[in-house]
Ligand binder design. Sequence first.
Ligand SMILES: [Fe+2]
Ligand SMILES: [Fe+2]
Length: 202
Amino acid sequence: MKKEIINFRKALEKDLDQQRFEHSLGVEYTSACLAIVYGADITDARVAGLLHDCAKCIPHSDQIRIMEKAGLPPLQEEYDDQSLLHAKCGAIIARDKYGIEDENILNAIRFHTVGRPNMTLLEKIVYIADFLEPNRKDLEIMDGVRHAAFIDLDQTLLWIMEGVISYVKKKGMVPAPSGLAAYEYYKNQIKVDEALRNWRKD
Ligand SMILES: [Fe+2]
Ligand SMILES: [Fe+2]
């Protein structure tokens, strides 16, 4: 599959706008770095990271149609916030257009927006890489999260989920129930490492 990455990139560049394509490359190499640190398959991480947003530039109405046709119609929360559609739709495109058969890669694409309870290592890696890849806007927690990601993956996952949910609430929106379920699951599992959270870049 390593050789196919070049072809995936060429095809993806046509499917995405420039900014989204650059972001996808950022998620590819950040996923690879995290895979090296945590012992995941590097090629799988690159492929999942590269393709995670492959459906992002398809109009929402077409994404809904693709999902219905594949027998995976959107959940209510995906109708309510249609920016979430591209995750599950992306897994379908990755399978049907890019020929990805590996369920672990497809699930890393499928769950990259809101996560889920009991995520696999690859799912966590892509979720986290999507948030902190170097092209991302520097949010307040970004330095800390980037530092933590290479020290403790689960602490980082919880921190990002918490940050995303509070951001959504601050904007007056309701967090997706799946995202809340994932957050509750990890909140009950992980005791926050305050020292890691309080790390500051000098
Ligand atoms: Fe995405
Ligand atoms: Fe993304």
